[in-house]
Design a binder for this molecule. Structure first.
Ligand code: B12
Ligand code: SF4
Length: 485
């Protein structure tokens, strides 16, 4: 059977101007690879722009597919729902949705009547079994990890255990990606995942919720063997052109000491490309950073998330001190590794002084690149339940993340403040950084003046914006953006 696999990969409802922004999605690559192994074909629709009804159906109807399969994160779901309706109305084909969103909210996903099935959790084996059952080689309503409606009856089959040996999977099928629709950085990198899962329990992150759906959730964190990972990279490096680095998409590459030791020893022996990875500040010490550098690491992305220790520990569930954060960034600088800091604002119980703490901690940490997004509570996470219980949602519109408006009723931060900080986060961090280098007799009053200008409700917003536009953007803060990631 041919499976129409659809992946919406754009950031908001409106078109993005300029260069295409597609990115390699390894989840789709893995699904396509196991389908091919089982003798099926995949027609892949990688949507890098919003789809119109006509164009979408033209694509679908010309593919002669027997199953329409969508992949969806929470932010994508409103788009998936719309396309599922179009597909059902026009073709009547069975529709399945998998990915993080249906995993965490299967019943909410199935409220959309044009969706016949959801796959809860990892989908390689479930999708192949679903296809075989639709071909008459099994019972659809007995496929483990599947929920939905079949022949007029609702069904829910318990989630199958996690695959413990990731080496048993084929390498992701990258032939499905059209490189002409990719963001420029994608053409220069090999994206790869050496592991699945993360053992931490940050209350805004989907990991703790994803782990809880499996009967063997104790095995949620799994690593491929170093040899298996490096073989994939070697194979890709030998064939692809124009590649100048490897990007590990793992939540935390540096998690397991024994695996890490073998990796940093073997990587430079077998791969002649620098790499970028994600880590946590409390999993990096000087020795590890030195070993990463020797192995070819050029950039590490780390979450600061909030610069307020109370909020970070109690609301976000990230118990790490400011000192630990500063140390990790300092050590990366010492060893010449670029850094990216990931931040959010707009959490329940956060007020504007805490947002200022985040800007200031970034100023002290001096990351090569800073990123900030407005917090959106994803279904299934602890913070989502807190927000629901406390009646904080003012909209279910997920695009708020990209419009820089919060989906929550926040007492302590106004929409204007959120917009200003989203737009000027990096120059503001730079400004505080410069202030902190001055003697304390000067830096204290200057810091308080900037705090006041940003926080005060007495200064009109239009005036603050003008100041930021005229002054901040003229300051030489671009040195900040020195990292490539
Ligand atoms: C790479 C990545 C990105 C890349 C995007 C690359 C791309 N083209 O998608 C970038 C950096 C751009 C990105 C951005 C963002 N990301 Co991101 N990202 C990831 C990451 C690290 C890897 C995705 C991946 O390939 N996973 C590996 C595969 C194997 O897993 P999978 O995709 O879940 O697929 C498996 C199953 O879900 C299932 N499945 C999936 N699809 C289907 C379809 C069918 C039919 C079936 C049967 C099964 C099935 O089977 C697959 C194989 O087992 C994940 C975290 C993670 N570890 O997964 C976060 C993750 C997806 N991102 C997340 C977030 C929050 C974001 C941002 C909002 C961050 C921000 N604040 O800006 C943005 C917005 C993205 C968006 N448009 O929605 C969250 C999503 C949470 C949620 N509930 O939706 C995740 C889960 C991180 C987390 N732990 O919370 N991201
Ligand atoms: S450390 Fe990162 S990936 Fe792990 S639970 Fe926390 S936010 Fe999620």
């Amino acid at each position: 059977m041919r499976i129409a696999l659809i992946y919406p990969d754009y950031y908001h409802s409106g078109c993005i101007e300029g260069e295409p922004q597609g990115r390699v999605h390894l989840g789709s690559g893995y699904l396509s690879a196991v389908l091919a192994e089982a003798g099926h074909e995949t027609a892949f629709l990688h949507l890098v722009d919003p789809a119109g009804r006509e164009g979408f159906l033209e694509w679908l109807c010309s593919r002669d597919a027997g199953l329409v399969a969508f992949s969806s994160t929470s932010l994508m779901f409103s788009k998936v729902r719309q396309m599922a309706r179009w597909a059902k109305e026009e073709t009547g084909l069975p529709v399945v949705v998998g990915g993080v969103h249906p995993t965490l909210d299967p019943l909410g996903t199935l409220e959309e009547e044009s969706i016949d099935f959801v796959c809860v959790g990892e989908g390689e084996a479930a999708l192949v079994e679903l296809v075989e059952s639709l071909e008459g080689r099994g019972q659809v309503d007995e496929v483990a990890s599947l929920m939905g409606r079949w022949r007029g009856r609702d069904f829910a089959v318990p989630v199958r255990p996690l695959l413990e040996d990731l080496d048993a999977l084929p390498f992701p099928d990258r032939s499905i990606f059209d490189m002409e629709r990719m963001a420029p950085d994608q053409l220069e990198r090999i994206s790869v995942m050496a592991s699945r899962g993360c053992p931490y329990h940050c209350r805004y992150c989907s990991n703790h919720a994803q782990k809880s759906v499996y009967p063997n959730g104790g095995h949620y964190v799994r690593f491929r063997s170093v040899d298996n990972v490096l073989s994939e990279i070697e194979e890709l490096a030998a064939t692809a052109e124009g590649i100048d680095h490897v990007r590990f998409d793992d939540d935390i590459l540096t998690l397991r000491p024994k695996w890490f030791e073998e990796f940093v020893r073997e990587y430079p022996r077998r791969v002649d490309l620098p790499f970028i990875c994600n880590s946590r500040v409390d999993l990096l010490d000087e020795e590890k950073i030195a070993r990463l550098k020797e192995a070819g690491c050029k950039t590490i992305c780390m979450g600061i998330e909030s610069g307020n220790p109370w909020l970070r520990g109690n609301v976000l569930g990230r118990r790490m001190s400011d000192e630990r954060i500063l140390d990790a960034f300092r050590l990366c600088r010492k060893y010449g590794i670029g850094t990216v800091s990931l931040n959010m604002m707009g959490f329940p119980q956060e007020d504007f002084s805490m947002v200022l703490d985040t800007i200031k901690l970034n100023g002290r940490a001096e990351p090569g690149i800073t990123q900030i997004t407005v917090f959106y509570p994803f279904p299934g996470t602890e913070l989502y339940h807190t927000c629901r219980e406390e009646g904080l949602f003012v909209t279910d519109d997920t695009d708020t993340l990209f419009t820089r408006r919060s989906a929550l009723k926040l007492g302590g931060i106004s929409d204007n403040q959120m917009e200003l900080v989203s737009e000027f986060f990096t120059p503001l961090a730079w400004l505080y950084n410069q202030i902190f280098t001055l003697p304390s007799s000067l830096s204290r009053p200057l810091e308080r003046s900037v705090d006041f200008m940003l926080s005060s409700g007495r200064i009109p917003y239009a005036w603050k914006r003008r100041m930021a536009e005229r002054l901040l953007v003229r300051l030489p803060w671009e040195w900040y953006m020195t990292t490539k990631y």
